[in-house]
Design a protein around this ligand. Structure first.
Ligand code: FMN
Length: 185
């Protein structure tokens, strides 16, 4: 798959088979991720890999409760209705979660991790794997308990929780809005 195909074929995948993703493939995805640019070439990212089902279930449970507790918007919005459903797994039963973090003190932690995440998602697509950025997990993973669950030091900032797995079925394309283009001169 060439770059253009990966860019246009990548979709948020929310339906996975139970097939595990091998360590070798996970290492290849991380190799692709670290080819991303980083501010002042710090490359200060850490990739936390979670494959334990019980830990994934715990993070899902804690993250839902945290969102409902701390975000009045989450409790009110129809988009977030599933958060109150004990059956809802925010990771859609994916076999792997990769959380990309950077030191919280880094001025560009979010930018660096997001760029690495996109590289990783494109590389996964080219390897016929599905991925989805799980924003629902972010708030709780940023708490002391969340960082402890990932065995990260307290000075870390988890930015990009990305699920990875073998798609059960192709994810439908999501239409794009017309971009607002501001031709300044
Ligand atoms: C920062 C961010 C947070 C997201 N959080 C979630 C999430 O918590 N759950 C989910 O199912 N999808 C999540 N997504 C995926 C988006 O819903 C998805 O990318 C969007 O609908 C466009 O679809 P596409 O990726 O297939 O083009 C997130 C995407 C981004 C970039």
């Amino acid at each position: 798959m060439d770059l253009k195909e990966a860019i246009y074929n990548r979709r948020a995948v929310r339906n996975f088979t139970a097939e595990p993703v091998s360590e070798n493939v996970l290492r290849q995805l991380i190799e692709a991720a670290i080819q991303a640019p980083s501010a002042v070439n710090q490359q200060a990212w850490t990739f936390s890999i979670v494959r334990d089902k019980a830990l994934l279930a715990r993070i899902s449970r804690e993250a839902k409760a945290h969102m409902l507790r701390t975000s009045p918007f989450a409790a009110a919005s129809p988009h977030f209705q599933e958060l109150g459903n004990p059956e809802f797994d925010i990771f859609y039963h994916a076999p792997v979660l990769i959380v990309i973090s950077a030191p919280a003190e880094s001025h560009w932690a979010v930018e660096d991790c997001a760029l690495a995440a996109e590289n990783m998602m494109l590389a996964a697509c080219a390897a016929e794997l599905g991925t989805c950025w799980i924003g629902f997990a972010q708030s709780w993973l940023g708490t002391p308990e969340g960082k402890a669950a990932l065995k990260l030091p307290d000075g870390s900032k988890p930015v990009a929780p990305i699920i990875v797995g073998h798609p059960k079925s192709p994810a439908p394309a999501v239409p794009r809005k017309e971009p607002k283009i501001n031709w300044v001169s």
